[in-house]
Design a protein around this ligand. Structure first.
Ligand SMILES: Cc1cc2nc3c(=O)[nH]c(=O)nc-3n(C[C@H](O)[C@H](O)[C@H](O)COP(=O)(O)O)c2cc1C
Length: 306
């Protein structure tokens, strides 16, 4: 018998396989064919204070081994989320982590406090810090240690629920931000968000994405994500949730060996939103082959050359 139960903070998940924000809707509207009980947790699309239409099209394009997106945080807004979506979580056979985005610290605070007072069906929050901060001339929260520390400190004061900070890879040294949010009281970090990229349509000599630069995801970014997770694992003591180009059990195992306690699957959902069953099956198979009774024995077990 292989045990996949996964602990992050004080929360126990059925397995370490979560969905990644923006690739599985709000979690209540998954396709019929998906067995959500095979998913450790659903991370919602980013919720902002106000409803957002997002960026103009084209905002998604395929790239070699991945995709670029610049959705621009299109979402239904906090009020609609609280009134229309949260009540539907009652019947869901998995846990819900709400991803929050904002353009000022105040906005993050408002969203999290409202959610705190309106729902007990939420397991925790994932904070998307890859957002431009209007108070600092558009600089992203996630590239500044002090700002990431301040934001995490403020949010920590508001909730005892799981607080996960989602890190941006578009930075020189991701470990500095990981350490800053750990010091500020985050229960876990998730890494990585999308990598800045660009594609040009040569027929029309225009960028393939309206906003010119966009976020690269999918297998193309997996080696980048894996290196970042491994680096973070060398410096923090809180759990790491690995994200980036994961589409099968071998990918999951790589992230666990690099030091992740759990993983999120994003772009791969667009090919097959029901892949969790197979991934779980093959992860268990690997654990058996390795004579591992609890999957956590794999965490950080990569053996480096000396
Ligand atoms: C279409 C799309 C929309 C996304 N929207 C969000 C979002 O709203 N909030 C967020 O934190 N990350 C968002 N992401 C980033 C993913 O959650 C994930 O960090 C990234 O795609 C890397 O994982 P993957 O390679 O498995 O897709 C989005 C990604 C895609 C492809």
């Amino acid at each position: 018998m292989t045990d996949l139960k996964c602990k992050i903070g004080s929360v126990e998940f059925n397995n370490p396989l979560f969905t990644a924000s923006g690739t599985f809707g709000y979690g209540h509207d998954y396709p019929d064919m998906v067995d959500v009980s095979k998913i450790g947790a659903i991370v919602t699309k980013s919720i902002t204070l106000e409803q957002r239409k997002g960026n103009p099209p084209p905002r998604i394009v395929e790239t070699p081994c991945g995709m670029l997106n610049s959705i621009g945080l299109a979402n239904i807004g906090l009020n609609n989320f609280i009134n229309d979506v949260i009540p539907k979580y009652d019947s869901l056979s998995t846990k819900i982590i709400v991803n929050i985005a904002g353009s000022t610290i105040d906005e993050y605070i408002k969203v999290l406090s409202e959610l705190e007072s309106s729902s007990t069906d939420i397991t925790g929050y994932e904070i998307n810090i890859s957002c431009p901060n209007v108070d600092r001339g558009g600089m992203e929260f996630g590239v500044d240690e002090k700002l990431s520390f301040e934001l995490t400190t403020e949010l920590r004061k508001l909730s005892q629920k799981l607080l996960i900070i989602k890190l941006s890879p578009n930075i020189t040294d991701i470990t500095k931000i990981a350490l800053a949010v750990e010091r500020a009281g985050a229960d876990a970090v998730s890494a990585i968000n999308t990598v800045v990229g660009m594609q040009i349509d040569t027929n029309i000599k225009k960028p393939a994405i309206h906003q010119t630069y966009a976020g690269l995801s999918g297998p193309a970014i997996r080696p980048i994500a894996l290196a970042m997770v491994h680096k973070i694992a060398q410096v923090v003591h809180i759990p790491i949730i690995g994200i980036g180009g994961i589409s099968n059990a071998q990918d999951v195992i790589q992230f666990l060996l690099a030091g992740a306690t759990a993983v999120q699957i994003g772009t791969a959902n667009f090919n097959n939103p029901n892949l969790y069953k197979d991934v779980e099956h093959n992860l268990i198979k690997y654990c058996k082959q390795q004579s591992v009774t609890h999957y956590s024995k794999l965490i950080g077990a990569v053996e480096l050359y000396v």
